[in-house]
Design a protein around this ligand. Structure first.
Ligand code: RB5
Length: 146
């Protein structure tokens, strides 16, 4: 495992069950999981949860974040509004590895209504097991940050 230790998790109501499966999986891989909820399936607003998780990463409290909603898209958009956050939605393992290796993504978003649990956990593995390659990719990531 890399030096990464703390991973914040959050979702909206559409992804409660998958978030809990991801939490169990990530903890079993040896990471410290900071699950900031929500804990009920009551309808809620994905921007609140994306922003809250992103702020944990941007502040340095957590090293990485994994966020989920129905499509993964809305909560990703909210997270990316927080300065310093680079979050990508992934529905396949190649993209999950590449957003870490090439884009140094500090957050991963998954759509619980898009992929099943088995694929989602493989996506999580691909993301967490990849490492940023730096070099020319670092130059490009710096250009994103402006
Ligand atoms: C909630 O119904 C749904 O809109 C949300 O989970 C997400 O898919 C938004 O991007």
């Amino acid at each position: 495992m890399s030096d990464t230790k703390r991973i914040v998790l959050s979702s909206d109501h559409a992804a409660i069950d998958l978030r809990q499966a991801v939490a169990t999986h990530v903890a079993a891989k040896g990471y410290e999981v900071i699950d900031i909820g929500p804990t009920t399936t009551e309808s809620t607003h994905y921007p609140l949860h994306g922003k809250a998780a992103a702020e944990r990463v941007a502040s340095g409290d957590c090293d990485l974040g994994i966020i989920l909603c129905g499509t993964g898209q809305g909560i990703m958009m909210a997270a990316n509004k927080v300065p310093g956050i680079r979050c990508g939605v992934c529905s396949d393992t190649f993209s999950a590895a590449m957003i870490r290796a090439h884009n140094n993504a500090n957050m991963l978003s998954i759509g619980a209504r898009v992929v099943g649990e088995g694929v989602a956990l493989e996506i999580v593995d691909a993301y967490l097991d990849a490492e940023f390659e730096g070099g020319r990719h670092g130059t490009r990531v710096d250009m994103i940050e402006g």
